[in-house]
Design a protein around this ligand. Structure first.
Ligand code: AVJ
Length: 328
């Protein structure tokens, strides 16, 4: 049963249940602020307009991009054992749910789940995915929340009082800085409440060759995904990026244990955005994404620092990703 997409307009004045206050306005504010920094940055959350969401789905099917495939296989293997701990009447709350494809693996393993709350910043992708899940699982209450999962809202009341199961696959946690990741996990623990479980998917440190190929594929889909940020800024913000004068760069930063994506200017230029002029030197980059890579020790450290206990930690075959089951 589809409970309808919750938008900011539907919300009671306080406390806020969702977190969208005009996506375009926030995109403008955030991008202008990031381009004013040195070095220039942009948040990866702005990748996911309709075209960006489509390109990301295409990335997940690339031969070089192993994380989605490896995680789905691992999840299929361990979901039955982990789902046995949910209990009847539990609610699955997914942070950054996108197309909700991996969700099906959990839902199939946990037929007693009462409710599903997908949270995503892309309203279009969220609405479509929630409708598809509601159609496939008619007994499930599907109550989507549109917004930034970092600004957690109160959960919809109709999901009932059963145990809450956080679901955060895809190594999306890797997009956050260490401090942000810790703050997010602590907030999620409070939001999910007493007795909560949390299924966390992370990508693991591995050889730089494998990592760089995954973020710089031969077909150029990741390059298109990265540059789509500029296409989106031109369309939604009337920015003046000459998209062809920026190239995709994917680099392994060993010191910070992360893959980085950049857009590198191929010439000196000036770009108009929101009445401002931003200057680029040839070779200067906009740092558009961090994708942090973890170890079992770094996941355990993060869980402990944010108040969770690690109940299980499973690693798949190479190229390896891991799933952790956290307990409140
Ligand atoms: C969806 C954030 C997990 O970091 O691997 C894919 C996004 N960026 N290719 C990742 C992404 C470039 C992806 N996450």
């Amino acid at each position: 049963a589809f409970m309808g997409l919750r938008l900011a307009e539907d919300l009671p004045p306080a406390p806020a249940r969702a977190c969208t206050d005009g996506e375009t306005a926030r995109f403008r504010r955030d991008l202008v602020a990031g381009l004013g920094k040195s070095p220039k940055t942009a948040s990866p959350k702005w990748f996911y307009d309709a075209e960006g969401s489509r390109l990301f789905e295409e990335i997940t099917r690339l031969p070089e991009y192993y994380p989605t495939r490896q995680e789905a296989a691992l999840l299929r293997r361990i979901a039955p054992a982990w789902a046995a701990r949910f209990g009847a009447g539990a609610a699955l709350v997914e942070f950054g749910s996108g197309a909700s494809e991996k969700t099906r693996i959990v839902l199939d393993a946990a037929p007693d789940l009462a409710a599903y709350v997908p949270i995503d910043i892309s309203a279009d992708a969220l609405n479509a995915a929630a409708a598809r899940i509601a159609e496939s699982y008619p007994a499930l209450k599907v109550a989507p929340l549109v917004g930034d999962f970092q600004h957690l809202a109160a959960l919809p009341e109709e999901i009932g009082g059963g145990r809450r199961i956080g679901f955060f696959p895809g190594s999306t946690l890797g997009n956050l800085e260490h401090r942000e990741a810790e703050a997010f996990l602590r907030a999620a623990r409070l939001q999910l409440g007493e007795g909560a479980l949390f299924i966390l998917g992370v990508d693991l440190v591995k050889s730089p060759e494998v990592l760089v190929a995954a973020y710089d594929d031969a077909a150029g889909v990741t390059a298109a995904f990265n540059r789509n940020l500029l296409v989106r800024a031109n369309r939604e913000l009337k920015a003046g990026f000459d998209v062809d004068s920026f190239v995709h760069r994917a680099v392994w930063n060993a010191a910070d244990s992360r893959m980085e994506m950049h857009l590198e200017a191929t010439r000196d230029m000036e770009v108009e955005i929101d009445g401002r002029t931003i200057s680029f030197r040839k070779g200067e980059t906009i740092h558009t994404e961090n994708s942090r890579k973890f170890t079992e020790a770094s996941v355990r450290g993060l869980a402990a620092a944010s108040g969770w206990t690690v109940a299980a930690f499973e690693t798949g075959p190479e190229p390896s990703v891991a799933l952790a089951l956290l307990e409140a």
